[in-house]
Design a protein around this ligand. Sequence first.
Ligand code: SF4
Length: 223
Amino acid sequence: MAHGAGELTIAGMEPFSACDWPGHLSAVVFLQGCPWKCTYCHNVSILDPRAPGQVTWAAVRDLLSARRGLLDAVVFSGGEPTRQAGLVDAARQVRAMGFAVGLHTAGAYPRRLAEVLPHVDWVGLDIKAPVGKYSAVTGLANSADPAFISLQRVLDAGVAVQVRTTLDPMILNADDVEQIRETVTSMGVTDYVVQEVRTDGTSEVFVENLTRFRRAHPVEPLS
Ligand code: SF4
């Protein structure tokens, strides 16, 4: 049975963003739920898949109708947006309204990603670590497999992609980042960025651990 966008559980919406898709003025729709628990997750309240939605799909459509000419894109983010089946219809509807479609994903659901890719213009895909360190970041065994399958699907589909790694210095070092860069470059990625970890919105435990780590290692591996 096809799932409609009206079934989406939407945690929130940012009506105007210039940074979630480089070069685009976007509205950002945050979809509730993620199967992973990354050490540095910036919004732990968005992870629970059973939490109720805060914004209706009708409200998203109303905002887009009101912003025609002011926005050029919608970015679906999360959480992990590919967790929800209604994403495919939502992306289709956004395109039909005349907006480009961006997608932030960590690649946890390659099959759903493949379904939505024909309706997506750009993907920001997290590759979180070299394979051997993936679960240390995500808290879940074998999470590298779907992430790399997802990246291959995006490349096969010919959709523009930026691959990003958030550097948790407690887990990753400069060699790890180079290994990721070499791996994704050899797969065909031309846009790879490393993001410094931020503490806003992260768990108290993470902030405490990172503060302690930075005191003990005043010069971080990549600085
Ligand atoms: S994949 Fe993203 S939303 Fe999910 S736990 Fe990791 S950082 Fe948070």
